[in-house]
Design a protein around this ligand. Structure first.
Ligand code: HEC
Ligand code: HEC
Length: 325
């Protein structure tokens, strides 16, 4: 009996020590820094370049969908172009993240950040302070030319003072940050320039690296962002605080389970000209509505060229009432 008590005591002490060491390590690793190259890219005053950057920001790359606060979204829905002053909250199992102010305000925005630092964040997923960014933005393989266009547009905006709340991670989030989050960089070679056209090849560039159709229409871990399902086969669930949720449909051309199977190219374009049909949808329809016909054609051509994958994802929206037992 005495021996048993002793073993129990030592087991408890060991477990407690492991827990304490784990907690200490988690906190110590909160300031983990990463290295990545600083791209040698610089903003210009060229008006065509700025216009391209603006088109990307308010259209396919939908910066304006994420870098504006919720209270601005109704006006954006009515077609207004509002400043990218940040502050949108993303409520995740790991805590709440906030998009940053990306207007050129010196104190609260990107005014004092060199071009190379912003370019590094977007391409290599390393934030201004060296920490790994949570992988919300798919722009790692944005061409040099498009990245310069985005930088040039960012610099051309009027500065707006808006101090954004720091990310609030819970303990699980801190542990995930300490051990699992690494900067996500480009896959393969980054091209210097890519000419927009209506081919599947350009559609691939858009859906993977600009519009992020792939990032949402593929199942992934909500903890780490890692892909867990086949690309474009859908199934990613976005749950709201009230229990209602959206699920991304399968965009591959599977006969039975593909959402756009049977849609003509024109029907596909027409759908993008509409406003949100499901009000709670996480898809940035308000930004995608600004995409050119040619960009949408390229995306359509790419999607119908994919390998069909059978994956029934169920209804795209389930209201709160129907989730109650
Ligand atoms: C899907 C939402 C989303 C989209 C789209 C998006 N961002 Fe972000 N962005 C975020 C979030 C969230 C953060 C903060 C991430 C973090 O703190 O780890 C962020 C951070 C940033 C940062 C700060 C990096 C740093 O060093 O601190 C910059 C710069 C930025 N975004 C620029 C852009 C630009 C430019 C675009 C469009 C080309 C864009 N973002 C599109 C969500 C988004
Ligand atoms: C931020 C996540 C997100 C991104 C990015 C995204 N989607 Fe979606 N998508 C959703 C969600 C959630 C739904 C289901 C709710 C809805 O229909 O709006 C959806 C629905 C759809 C539908 C079905 C629409 C309908 O009328 O039933 C199509 C088609 C679609 N997405 C295509 C795309 C394409 C193409 C892209 C890239 C240009 C894209 N999505 C990017 C989240 C996203």
């Amino acid at each position: 009996m005495k021996r048993f008590k002793k073993i129990l005591k030592w087991t408890a002490i060991t477990i407690l020590s492991i827990v304490i060491i784990f907690v200490i390590v988690v906190f110590a690793l909160q300031n983990k820094k990463f290295d990545a190259p600083f791209p040698n890219l610089h903003a210009t005053n060229d008006s065509a370049t700025i216009a391209r950057g603006k088109y990307l920001a308010f259209g396919p790359a939908h910066c304006s969908g994420c870098h504006t606060p919720t209270e601005d979204h109704e006006k954006i829905n009515m077609g207004e172009e509002l400043p990218l002053k940040g502050g949108l909250n993303f409520d995740l199992p790991i805590g709440t993240l906030y998009s940053k102010n990306i207007t050129p305000d010196d104190e609260t925005g990107i005014g004092k950040l060199p071009d190379s630092v912003i370019a590094r964040s977007l391409r290599y997923g390393v934030a201004r302070d060296g920490r790994a960014l949570f992988d919300f933005m798919p722009f790692h393989n944005l061409s040099d030319e498009d990245l310069v266009a985005v930088l040039s547009f960012l610099r051309s905006q009027a500065p707006v003072k808006n101090k954004v709340t720091d990310n609030e991670l819970n303990f699980i989030g801190k542990a995930v940050k300490a051990f699992l989050i690494k900067p996500v960089g480009p896959d393969g070679e980054v091209v210097k320039t890519i000419t927009p056209d209506t081919t599947a090849a350009y559609g691939k560039y858009l859906t993977h690296y600009v519009t992020n159709c792939r990032g949402c229409h593929t199942n992934r871990s909500l903890m780490t962002g890692e892909y867990t399902g086949p690309f474009f086969a859908g199934g990613l669930k976005f749950e709201a605080a009230d229990g209602s949720y959206c699920v991304t449909p399968n965009l591959t051309p599977d006969k039975e389970t593909g959402k756009i199977t049977g849609w003509t190219q024109q029907q596909f374009i027409d759908r993008f000209r509409l406003k949100k049909i499901i009000a709670a949808s996480d898809m940035p329809w308000d930004q995608f509505r600004n995409m050119s016909d040619n960009d949408l054609k390229a995306i359509y051509q790419y999607l119908i060229s994919l390998e069909p994958i059978k994956n029934a994802t169920g209804p795209t929206y389930v209201a709160a009432a129907s989730t109650k037992k």
